[in-house]
Write a protein that binds this ligand. Structure first.
Ligand code: AMP
Length: 290
């Protein structure tokens, strides 16, 4: 595995893949890698060669009071794990390389970026869209792999790719969870043992919603009540939002139709966690994917 720190060298390698008609896959990450990231790498390995993983803790997607400084950084362990998975190129630019003095452009996907995570974290999705567009331009991937864990982020990137006629296809991969259901996240290392026990209420709330739907419940108010009751039963949780939204518009739905997401964001101790379940419905059949 080659480790690349400069944009110029990464572009040269990407150009080489293009000229040789190879199908380059990109997995963008902020490092502190876990099985969720590795599942994206495996998906990329199945469909693409070469596979590039980027590690870049993007300052533009952190708010002034967020955890940029203390965000977990485990570069050497990440590099070893990626080499073991057969990744071809690790692209790890510095902040100065990505945002040199005078950098003055921001990409903004209107509407979709203002809701849910965007409302709680103003400017977050502009930072994400800007860095992802830069990564796509530098790496020129045929396919880029994202996790459904960040469903709104993936939807925004898809919109950007459509609107700007990008040559990159967006592949959405399932959520990887701990055995008790907690979605893997680099931020889980912040959780104290008590927080960790409490955090499982988030996935349990989604599982309760799944259980209600399997039992035939379709009334939206009842589904939301089930989900919220589970969250409220855990006193260590502070819920930012718990909603069921249309998978395309991310607007709250009135009835379960087409594809929806049950979205939850909550704070446990000082740690903000997000999770979701995908609700797929076709006529009377409804399937919930955790
Ligand atoms: P991050 O390093 O947190 O920016 O995440 C990089 C990519 O990994 C994003 O596409 C995330 O959605 C994805 N990801 C993070 N956690 C998980 C998980 N538990 N399961 C699947 N994908 C994940």
């Amino acid at each position: 595995m080659e480790t690349v720190h400069t944009i110029q060298w990464m572009k040269a390698l990407a150009q080489d893949a293009l000229v040789n008609e190879r199908s380059l896959g990109l997995v963008p990450t902020m490092g502190a890698l876990h099985e969720g990231h590795f599942s994206l790498v495996r998906a990329a390995k199945r469909k693409c060669s070469p596979v590039v993983v980027s590690i870049f803790v993007n300052p533009k997607q952190f708010g002034p009071s967020e955890d940029l400084k203390k965000y977990p950084r485990t570069f050497e362990a990440d590099r070893e794990a990626l080499a073991g998975l057969g990744v071809d190129i690790l692209f790890a630019p510095t902040s100065e390389e990505m945002y040199p003095a005078g950098f003055n452009t921001s990409v903004s996907v209107k509407g979709l970026s203002d809701r849910w995570e965007g409302r709680v974290r103003p400017g977050h999705f502009d930072g994400v869209a800007t860095v992802v567009l830069k990564l796509f331009e530098i790496v020129q991937p045929r396919i880029a792999f994202f996790g459904r864990k960040d469903a709104q982020q993936a939807r925004i990137i898809r919109q950007m790719a459509t609107d700007l006629n990008l040559n990159t296809e967006i592949d959405l991969c399932p959520i990887v969870r701990e055995p008790d259901g907690l979605a893997l996240s680099s931020r889980n290392v912040y959780l104290s043992p008590d927080d960790r026990r409490a955090a499982v209420a988030i996935s349990q709330a989604l599982a309760a919603c799944q259980g209600s739907i399997s039992g035939g419940e379709r009334d939206l108010a009842n589904l939301l009540a089930t989900m919220r009751a589970k969250l409220e039963s855990e006193p260590r949780l502070t819920v930012d939002y718990a909603e069921i939204v249309d998978a395309d518009s991310f607007e709250p739905v009135r009835v379960i139709r087409g594809n929806c997401y049950a979205l939850i964001a909550a704070k446990v101790g000082g740690t903000r966690l997000i999770d979701n379940a995908c609700i797929e419905s076709e006529s009377d059949a409804v399937r919930v994917l955790l």
